[in-house]
Design a protein around this ligand. Structure first.
Ligand code: DGL
Length: 269
């Protein structure tokens, strides 16, 4: 029995960690496409093909439900995969909707028409591919009206995190926040729209200032997954959990252990 969590690399570990804390009795199969990360600089077709191949591999390993814990993959591949038809009994879900439901103060799965919400000025930090897709704005428009979104493509941050260069990642975050503030001086809320960014959450919060509410995905996705599994108890899958990577298992295990501060052992996908 395992629920699948997919990311282009290490970022999805922030979602996995929150999901394991929220659902301690559920087994998870984590799959990082580290050999091909970052996805955020690839075009939509490329991200779709890579994501589709990885998700099929996870279904073959026994997962019935796969969470795309990668905004770039959610933006470029989720809708297309769902619309293209999924194999019998298999599901794939993304990470945008839980975040937007929290931002717009909706219950999980509330599909009522868009309405005015409290927050009016939102800063979105994401990869260049996620920003280019405008998937966040599209999903937001289904749920809220009158919200001004300013997006900042945070080039370089994912590479620095994947390389373990946190000093560079910090400097890049500060410069991306400065660039955002030049376009939107007083955001009320900031969305960390990439699963790697919670690893830099403190730097984002410091650079934005204490008056900005920072939304990061881990616990929001974990809560919505818990709700989903309560409503769909047949989606726990049949395979065993574990950590898989298309990259170098030793190197990826070292980085993952460093990020989560507990021993993580990856095997080759
Ligand atoms: N962590 C992924 C995301 O949430 C993608 C990062 C990347 O591979 O560029 O967008």
């Amino acid at each position: 029995m395992a629920v699948g969590i997919f990311d282009s690399g290490l970022g999805g570990l922030t979602v996995l960690d929150a999901a394991q804390k929220r659902l301690p009795d559920v087994d998870f199969l984590y799959y990082g496409d580290n050999a091909r990360a970052p996805y955020g600089v690839r075009d939509a077709e490329d991200v779709y093909q890579l994501t589709k191949a990885a998700v099929h591999d996870m279904w073959d390993k026994g997962c019935d439900l796969v969470i795309l814990a990668c905004n770039t993959a959610s933006a470029a591949a989720l809708r297309r995969m769902q619309e293209g038809g999924l194999p019998q009994g298999k599901r794939v879900l993304g990470v945008f909707v839980p975040l937007i439901e929290a931002l717009t103060e909706r219950q999980w799965g509330d599909n009522s028409p868009p309405r005015e919400v409290e927050v009016k000025h939102v800063a979105l930090f994401a990869t260049p591919a996620t920003v280019a897709s405008r998937a966040f704005q599209r999903e937001l428009a289904f749920r809220a009206i009158g919200v001004d979104v300013e997006a900042q493509a945070c080039g370089g941050v994912v590479d620095a995190i994947e390389d373990g260069d946190m000093i560079l990642a910090e400097a890049l975050v500060r410069s991306h926040v400065d660039a955002l503030k030049r376009k939107m001086p007083h955001p009320q809320a900031a969305i960390l729209g990439c699963t790697h960014y919670p690893l830099m959450e403190q730097t984002f919060q410091e650079a934005l200032g204490p008056e900005v509410k920072v939304f990061s995905q881990g616990s929001l996705v974990a809560d919505s997954l818990s709700d989903y599994l309560t409503r769909h108890p047949d989606m726990y899958g049949s395979g065993a959990g574990g950590f898989y990577t298309t990259g170098n298992p030793g190197r990826v295990s070292d980085r993952a252990t460093q990020f989560l501060r507990r021993e993580i052992t990856f095997q080759a996908a």
